[in-house]
Every structure is written in C-alpha cells, then in structure tokens.
Design a binder for this molecule. Structure first.
Ligand code: SF4
Length: 476
C-alpha cells in the first residue's frame, strides 16, 4: 500500500466525505464533552482505567490462564490463535462442522483485523454483518472508516441508494419508495436483518471486555443486533483480542462508566450483553472463544508502546483529530484509523511497508487525542517513539532528502556567518515571489514536503537588517 499522504489524497479531494465527517465527528464530540463534564471524578476514573489496564498488561499471562479456566468451567471451549491465519482456520473449521453456509456477526474489530469475512467467503460461507453501519459498509462493497461508526463517511441519501440497489441481491429487499429518513432506513435494515437473525444457526461476535474471574464476555452496542446474535443462534463463536481481559467485575465497573461517555456521548449505552459460557435450554448451547494474539505480544514487549493495548476502542481520539477529520478513515489502510490506528497498526503489523512507516507521521501532535482518551494513552509520546523507531530502522544506506536537508541546516546553524548569509539569500529570494505570502509547491525533492504544506514566504527583511535600517548600526 502507498504511504499515508498518498492514501489521504482521495479523502482530501472528496468534499462530500469531508462534510459528512465534519458533521458527524463534531456532533459526537460535543455530546461527549457534555456528558463527561457531568462526572465530577472523571479524571480519577481515567486514572483508574489506565491503572487497571496496566495491571492486566503487566500480568497478562496469569489473567489469560485464569480467563481460560473460568470460561472452560462455565461450559465454553477456548481456542488460542497466534495470528490471523490460525484464528480464521479455527473459526472456519467450527462453522464447517455445523454444515452451514452462512452466519450472523455482531460488530467485532478483531474479526475485521484478521479479515474473517474474506476467509469464510473463500470456502463459500457468507458472514452477514448485523450492526447497521457495518451492514451499510458491507452492502456498499466499501471499507469501514471509523471504529464506532464504520459508515461515518456516508450520508443518508447515499445509504438509501445502497439499500435500494443492494439489499435485494442478498436477502429481503428495501421497501418500494424508500426515503432517506432515518426511521425508514432503520426499518428497512430491521426487516432485512430479522430474516437473517431468525435463520442463522451460527453467530460470530467480538467482546469489549472479558472478565477473568468469572469467564464473562461483554458486548456494548446501540441497536440490539448484538443481543439477537448472542441469544438466537445455536453456536456462538467469539473472537477476542487477548488485551480485552479485565480481572474482576469491580474493574469492569470503571470501563462501563468510561466507555459509553467517551464513544457515543451517552451516560449509558442502550444494550449491554454479558454471557458466561452456556446455560442449558437458554441461548447458544455451544460457545467457543478464540483468544487472539496477532501481534499483541510483540506490542506488549515494548515498554513504551504497550500502552496502546490499553485502548478500549471508544473512538474519542478519532472524533477530535484534525488529521482524521480531513483525511478520512480509509487513508490509514487499516481497520484501526485515526490516532489509535497511527500507533497501533504499525506496532501490530510492524513497520516494513511504506504505509506502516508513514502512519506515525499522520498526526499534527496537537495532543487532543490524549486529552480525550479515557485510559490516558499518551498518543503523541507514542507517535514520537514510533517515528524514532522508523528513523532508526533507516539509518545507513543512501541518505534521504530530509536527512540531507537536516544535515545542511545543522551545518548552517552551527556558524553565525553562514546563518546570516543564508538569511540574506532567503530575503533576496523572497523578492522574487512578488506579492505571494506562501511558497506554494517547490520543485523535487522539496516537493515531497511542500506538496502538503503552505509554508510562509520568507520575510523581505531580517530582524538584523531592520535594526540596521531603523537604528543605523548593528550595535545597541
Ligand atoms: S486510544 Fe483512547 S481515545 Fe482512542 S479509541 Fe483507544 S481508548 Fe478511545
């Protein structure tokens, strides 16, 4: 994949998408600010949330063993998956053993991360997304662009068109004369999905949290689709990242306060589903839990980088990020966009590709992401840490244009005579720019820097020149 700046070009040129994103992110962030202001001990909660996650990460092996024991004792079957291939194979085998060719899914970022839908499709199994936004993305043959609202880049009339054109091909069609009113769109989705819920024998879910001492998995959602997936099918397969574990219900309490306020700007999310293994005659009779590593233990090995594993996927950092708001989620080339994607993706995937090397630079380092993060992840610090790592990986070999420019600047700043000469040259060159106040696009290699920036034109006079002109001498 190309670098982030090239990937962002489409988003920047898409005025409609930028308008949709700006409207949606600003609405959610102001709702969030209002409900967060209501909580007098919000900072304490953030500190507690970070402390619980750090405690889990410091003893992750112990908590995972405890979780496995609790899950097994409650009737669930635990599977361990080192990577995406292993996780996909486990799920595929479980589904094929049930001799079905379709399943329903409740939103799960872990399954998007491992591209489970594609892996199932290869063997003829259709995985139907049931979250409304995920359904829009799936029907539109699109990719998610936000953690919480994957179809945030679409507006109502685009969604109506997708429903009209695509629903009929894979199930109950959209009603005739479907409008772009939210209630009509929701009703069309409900009718389309209900048929799938009632038919499905297998469901796949993720989990927001996994409580180690009881083996309870927790999903928070807004539409009730999760509850349908988690109760109606006979077999439930949950794919859960190993960092989702929390020690006890008391710890869960902290996140139940932090997550809804940070994500949807609500005091409480509409649906919280919790399940602990199997119960005879009630809900799925076969429950499988796939505990997924897929790069998480390498993230854990980095003492600075591991704080990214505290993330509870609330998406608050996306909603305040000026870079995300303009570039859009697709530019990050990963299921995790925005500030958290810029730090998590290169750690999970490594920095071998041009895209993953560029992600730590996809930020203005303004710090707004840290201010809103409910688990106090120092995203700017981590971005700088990863940038250092990327630079270190490229030491030696042919120097980059940026490296040469920095070395030249260092040579120039090291001697005041050179510096003054450079200043004089720059003021003379500014006269060539006429009335222009910005440099505009520079020739290669400087174009790679100037292509995305409005650098101000150099002043026509330096401070020293001004001083001599107005005071007649260089000395006081
Ligand atoms: S990094 Fe923090 S703000 Fe961003 S999604 Fe994760 S928990 Fe939320």
């Amino acid at each position: 994949m190309p670098k982030f700046p090239s990937m962002a070009r489409d988003g920047l040129a898409n005025t409609q998408q930028r308008r949709n994103l700006q409207h949606a992110t600003h609405t959610i962030r102001s709702k969030r600010a209002t409900v967060v202001d209501e909580v007098p001990d919000w900072e304490e909660l953030r500190v507690r949330g970070a402390a619980v996650k750090d405690q889990v990460l410091a003893h992750l092996d112990d908590y995972l063993v405890q979780l496995e024991a609790s899950l097994t004792a409650s009737g669930a079957t635990v599977h361990w998956a080192r990577d995406a291939d292993e996780a996909n194979r486990i799920v595929r085998d479980l589904v094929q053993a049930k001799e079905v060719d379709e399943l329903v899914k409740v939103k799960s970022m872990a399954t998007q991360e491992i591209e489970l839908n594609e892996a199932l499709e290869e063997v003829g199994i259709s995985a139907w997304e049931t979250d409304l936004a995920e359904l829009i993305v799936q029907l539109g043959h699109d990719r998610p662009s936000h953690i919480l609202v994957p179809a945030i880049h679409r507006n109502r009339s685009e969604i109506r068109d997708i429903f009209r054109e695509e629903m009929g091909a894979v199930g109950t069609p959209a009603p005739d004369g479907l409008t772009d009113e939210p209630t009509d769109l929701a009703e069309a989705a409900r009718r389309h999905l209900r048929e799938k819920f009632l038919r499905a024998k297998v469901a796949v879910s993720g989990a927001n949290f996994a409580v180690a001492d009881t083996g309870t998995l927790v999903v928070l959602e807004s539409e009730g689709n999760g509850r349908m997936c988690l109760t109606l099918p006979e077999t439930l397969i949950s794919v859960v990242g190993i960092e989702k574990v929390v020690p006890t219900w008391e710890d869960l309490d902290v996140f139940m306060q932090l997550l809804p306020r940070s994500s949807t700007g609500e005091r409480m999310n509409p649906y919280t589903s919790m399940w602990t293994g199997t119960t005879e005659g009630d809900g799925p009779q076969e429950v499988h839990v796939v505990l997924l590593d897929n790069g998480r233990t390498s993230v854990l090995a980095d003492e600075v980088g591991r704080q990214a594993l505290r993330c509870i996927r609330c998406s608050a950092c996306l909603n305040v990020c000026p870079v995300y708001e303009r570039a859009g989620g697709h530019a990050y080339g990963s299921v995790y966009p925005g500030p958290i994607g810029a730090i998590l993706t290169p750690q999970l995937r490594g920095t071998s590709s041009p895209l993953d090397q560029s992600l730590p630079y996809a930020s203005s380092l303004c710090g707004a992401c840290f201010d809103v993060c409910p688990v106090r992840i120092q995203i700017p610090e981590l971005l700088v840490h990863l940038r250092t790592q990327v630079v270190d990986e490229h030491r030696g070999g042919r120097p980059s244009a940026e490296g040469v420019a920095m070395r030249t600047a260092s040579w120039m700043f090291a001697d005041h005579r050179r510096y003054e000469k450079a200043q004089r040259a720059s003021t003379m060159s500014s006269k060539l720019l006429g009335e222009r106040t910005t440099l505009g696009r520079l020739p290669w290699p400087a174009s790679s820097w100037s292509g995305a920036r409005d650098a101000p034109a150099p002043p026509r006079e330096t401070f020293r020149q001004w001083w001599v002109r107005t005071h007649g001498s260089e000395s006081r």
